[in-house]
Design a protein around this ligand. Structure first.
Ligand code: FER
Length: 290
């Protein structure tokens, strides 16, 4: 769909940060991709699913060389996870106020979304790793905006310690074609920065409502031809009433101008919240490893 350079009316200002920056009227000079609503119930637990049709989520600890501590992440193992098979890995990152529990405990229901996608045979076999993206000795939620540098530094922990630890514990593929990274807000910026910055590690990259930590387009894509060749998916979504849209739309505009395949969906009238992020996971998960 080539349109939507118009005004979007926010209904309720989003108060996630109480900064009044989410929910203003906005106009966008960018070509959005078509918004197709997720089917009803995509994020609802299905009582009819048997135990063996449900995945499990377990806490995993690893030694971080760059941080110098033992760090934690949550790992979703799909229904009937079988160590005799091999799985792809989606690294799914949280926002500035979150930690390794945010997706699970703050309304993201990633296990339910994934269980439903598995039941409907809409996803490739994958595990989902939900790390703590604040690479600091104190990686608790208290850090807030003060942990900007710790978020920035997470690539060293992710690539140097977490990925190898996941690959030694779980039965997963170890090449870029079987690795994806996506995240919400601060984690969306991290995903774009780390994913596009390490195309030998991640072939699939997703940013949901990406925050101002997102690199400038020319920093993210310094070599257009290389990105076209090495990246298999660059996919974004952001709420139309989210004041952070420009982080996504600037990248989308650059990609369109330079012929780099890139998706950006404007979630109509939505703010900075899990409605958008659940939609992001639901769609992104179906596009990767295929
Ligand atoms: C900012 C606004 C929002 C910012 C970060 C965020 C670093 C992050 C939001 C989130 O993770 O939910 O100006 O600057």
């Amino acid at each position: 769909m080539l349109c939507v350079a118009g005004f979007v009316n926010a209904q309720e200002p989003d108060t996630r940060f109480g900064m009044g920056m989410f929910g203003a009227q906005q106009s966008f000079d960018v070509n959005f991709d078509e918004y197709i609503p997720a089917p009803e119930g995509f994020d609802q637990e299905r009582p009819k699913l048997k135990a063996k049709q449900r995945g499990t989520v377990e806490l995993f600890e690893y030694q971080s060389e760059s941080v110098g501590t033992t760090r934690k992440c949550n790992v979703y193992l799909p229904p009937k996870y079988n160590p005799k098979k091999k799985y792809s890995v989606l690294y799914l990152l949280h926002g500035i106020g979150g930690d390794e529990w945010e997706w699970m405990n703050d309304g993201g229901v990633p296990n339910i979304i994934m269980d439903n996608l598995y039941a409907d045979k809409k996803v490739a076999d994958m595990i989902v790793v939900m790390p703590n993206g604040r690479a600091a000795k104190n990686d608790s939620r208290d850090g807030g905006m003060g942990s900007f540098m710790a978020f920035n530094d997470f690539d060293k922990d992710l690539i140097g310690s977490l990925i190898p630890a996941i690959e030694s514990k779980y039965s997963v593929y170890t090449d870029k074609e079987h690795r994806a990274i996506a995240g919400l807000s601060m984690g969306g910026g991290q995903s774009l920065n780390f994913g596009l910055g390490n195309m030998d590690v991640f072939a699939y990259v997703g940013g949901f409502s990406s925050a101002p930590n997102t690199g400038r387009p020319q920093q993210l894509i310094p070599d257009v031809e290389k990105t076209k060749k090495e990246n298999k998916l660059l996919w974004m979504v952001c709420g139309g009433a989210d004041g952070l849209m420009s982080n996504s739309s600037n990248l989308k505009k650059f990609c369109d101008d330079n012929g780099v395949p890139c998706t950006l969906i404007n979630y109509p009238d939505e703010g900075h919240n899990f409605t958008v992020w659940k939609y992001g996971l639901y769609n992104f998960a179906q596009l990767i490893f295929k």
